[in-house]
Structures are given as C-alpha cells and as structure tokens.
Design a protein around this ligand. Structure first.
Ligand code: NZQ
Ligand code: ZN
Length: 385
C-alpha cells in the first residue's frame, strides 16, 4: 500500500428532517447567499422549505447556475458577494450548483488577475468563503469532497481544481429532495457514481484489499439498487442507498493508498465541453473504449472486477475481460444510457478534434502510470464509433 494522508472535515446530515438543523449549522454567519440552478427547487418545494428555515438570516439569492456551471455566470455571483458583504454560500442543488459555489467562494478572495487561472494555471487558492450544501441530485460526490469542475463559454474549456478550502462545512442529504428527479438524471447519477469508483479501482494491484472491497461493495450496491431507483425515484430507501453510494464513491474513502486513473473523466470532459453531452453519458462512452485499449495493462484488476463484481469465472482471461466489459455496457444501457459515439451523432471527426485539443494543451499522457497517450485516446474512442 502507498503512503497517504486522509482528511475529510465535511459534516454530513443524512435522512429525513435534516433541514431542521440548517440554521444551527449556519451560525455564526448572518449574510447568506443562496445559490441554485434553473428552477427545479421551485417546482419540487425544496426552495420554499429552505427559505422557511432561513428566516433569521439576511438571505440573498443567485439563481441560474447551469448544468456544467459556467465561469461567466459564476463571476457575476462573485460581484454580488463583494457588493453585499456575503459571509456564507449555501448551494442548493446538484453537483453543478455545488461546484459553482466552490469556485465562487474561492474567486471572491483571489488576488491575481483572473480567477479562471485557478483552473487554467493551477493557481493556489489561499482563502475561500465557507460553503454549505443541500443536495438534490446524487451523482458527483461534490457534497463531500474538495473538487470542482467549471466550464468557460468563451473557450469551450471544462477544467477542474482541487483545494481543501472547497470542503463544505456541512452537507444536508435528504433523499426525498431527489424524488423529483427525471429518470435521465437518476441514470446519470448511477453511472457517474459507478465510474468514480472505477477510476480509483481498475488500475493495478496495490496490495490494498480493504480499499478493493470498499470499491466492489459500492459497485455491487449500485447494480442492485440502481434499477430500483431508476424505475422509481420516489423509492426512499433505494434513493437513500444511491445517495450514500455517490457520496462514498468520491469522498476519499476508497482512494487512500491506491493508484487512481481519472483518464475517463479527462476525455469525457472534452466531450461535454465540445458537444454538451451530459457528464455521465460521456463516461459511459469513454470507459469501454479505454478498457478495450488497455486490456493488457489493466488485466489483473479487470479480472478481479469480472469475478468479484459480475461473478464471471469461466473462459480464458481475454474472454472474461470481454464479458466484464459487456456486462458493464449492458448495465449502462439498461439505464437508458448509450455508449457509442454514433448514438450521439458523432463520428471520426470528433475524435480528431479531441486529440488535437489535448495535444494543443500539451497533455502528452495521463491516467494511471501515464498509460493514456494521445494514441490510446484515439484508439479508445475509435472502439466506440
Ligand atoms: O438547474 P436545475 O433546475 O436545478 O435542474 C437540474 C439540472 O438541470 C436538475 N435537478 C437537480 N436536482 C433535481 C433536478 N431536477 C429535478 N429534481 C431534482 N431534485 O438536474 C440537472 C442536472 O444537474 P447537475 O447539478 O448539472 O447534475 P450533476 O449533479 O450530475 O452535476 C454534474 C456536474 O458535476 C461535475 C460534472 O462535470 C458536471 O459539471 N462533476 C463534479 C465532480 C466533483 N465536484 O467532485 C466530480 C464529477 O466527476 C463531475 O465531473
Ligand atoms: Zn464524474
């Protein structure tokens, strides 16, 4: 096992009625910015319930955070924060609203020329406003991690940053707030969570059986609970299980001491930035291709995955790996998520554009052991044509 540091200070308030604890957890702050998206919280009653709990605070609102949050929008919230001396940012929504809150909170104190440099030039965040979350969509794990992904319209770039300042002070996870999700978003949440685990699991053996078992338990829970919550997002227990899987998949629990990859996300972000394909759907396209392109390099973990997650024991190693990839594709497609580029009206030209973009950015190789070269990116995507 590799050396590691583990740190996660996020307080999680999970289950029914947790919203009652909001005001106690916001103390001692008085001036709160409530950040939200395109209006789902007004339709499903979450907005009204949150506002009721905030009666003792001075509340400002900033709405219109897009799915795949935009830099151009976030920067307007920074202006409001400075003008109104806001002390705390409360994100009410899915990963996009939470990610935007993290960026807005960091950009408020950024002392360089352009806060975009936090993402584009890895500029260090030295201070941030505190943030809290009320989660309405289980998927990203952003509610309990220090990551954020922001898109810039003017350049069509989608980039991420990590800083311990981004850890929320608290996150309220009430599965009933996700009951109003359309099936499409539930499916996205299941697949995003699944691939988060994979990015930290299908690498190479690191003699870390506990981390492997954690990863496998989340995958198996998703395979069991995913179809139930996809069929009925109002099934409280199934949604609670998905929500906790999503949080646990990306809060640092399964990654200490083991290698991770993240190449599927890196390539997927290009597909979203260029073609506006939902984040999870890009992962469902890229993952099978990466596994096919790197089946030898990732062989040991793929065989472990085949046996322990899908109970595949018969046949040659190559056949077992093929079956495991097919099982994964079938699982994604059973949730209505297509895995081939042509199903998104994309062909070979899109592959050239993606490879050129990565090359122009100077990214020669990434992923675990730097296995994902530009040639592997091309090969992986060609498998998915
Ligand atoms: O904007 P509103 O009207 O709220 O509608 C949203 C949005 O259209 C809707 N929605 C959310 N909760 C709802 C609901 N509709 C009905 N009922 C509810 N309860 O769902 C749509 C999608 O929301 P969004 O927040 O964009 O989805 P998600 O949580 O999947 O977040 C995706 C973003 O997170 C980033 C992705 O790249 C993408 O930008 N990620 C962030 C990560 C992190 N911070 O750790 C890791 C992930 O890998 C991912 O990259
Ligand atoms: Zn993701």
């Amino acid at each position: 096992m590799k050396n590691f540091e583990f740190y996660n200070p996020v307080k999680v308030l999970f289950g029914t009625d947790q919203l009652k604890k909001l005001s106690a957890n916001l103390s001692p702050y008085k001036r709160i910015l409530m950040l939200y998206g395109g209006g789902s919280i007004k339709k499903n009653g979450v907005y009204k319930r949150v506002i009721e709990e905030l009666s003792n605070f001075t509340v400002f609102e900033f709405s219109g955070i897009e799915a795949n949050p935009r830099y151009e929008t976030a920067i307007k919230a920074v202006e409001l924060i400075k003008k109104e001396n806001i002390e705390f940012v409360l994100a009410v929504g899915g990963g996009s609203v939470i990610d935007a809150a993290k960026f807005i909170a960091a950009a408020t104190f950024y002392d360089g020329e352009d806060p975009w440099d936090i993402l584009a030039k890895n500029k260090t965040v030295k201070k941030s406003l505190p943030i809290g979350c009320i989660l309405t969509l289980p998927a990203t794990g952003s509610e309990m991690n220090m990551g954020s992904v922001i898109t810039r319209n003017s350049t069509n770039e989608k980039l991420s940053f990590l800083t311990p300042f981004s850890f929320p002070k608290f996150s309220i996870l009430m599965p009933e707030f996700a009951a109003s999700l359309p099936q499409r978003q539930v499916a996205n949440g299941i697949v995003d969570t699944f691939v988060h685990v994979i990015e930290q699991y299908i690498t190479y053996p690191a003699d870390a059986p506990l981390q492997d078992r954690f990863a496998e338990s989340i995958l198996k829970t998703l395979i069991d609970e995913g179809p139930k919550v996809y069929e009925n997002p109002a099934d409280y227990n199934a949604m609670a299980n998905l929500m906790w899987c999503s949080t646990m998949a990306l809060n640092g629990t399964i990654s200490p001491g083991v290698p991770s990859d993240w190449s599927v996300h890196t390539i997927g972000h290009e597909l979203t930035a260029l073609y506006e394909i939902d984040h999870a759907r890009t992962l469902a396209i890229v993952l099978p291709g990466i596994w096919k392109a790197l089946r030898n390099e990732k062989k040991e973990k793929l065989l472990q995955y085949a046996a322990r997650v899908w109970n595949i024991y018969g046949g040659s190693d190559n056949e077992k790996i093929e079956k495991a990839i097919q099982k994964t594709v079938d699982f994604f497609e059973s949730l209505g998520i297509e895995t081939q580029l042509n199903k998104y009206q994309l062909g070979k030209e899109s592959i050239n554009i993606i490879v050129d973009r990565l090359e122009n950015r100077g990214w020669k190789a990434f992923g675990d052991r730097q296995l994902v070269t530009l040639e592997i990116v091309r090969k992986a995507l060609e498998y998915q044509l």
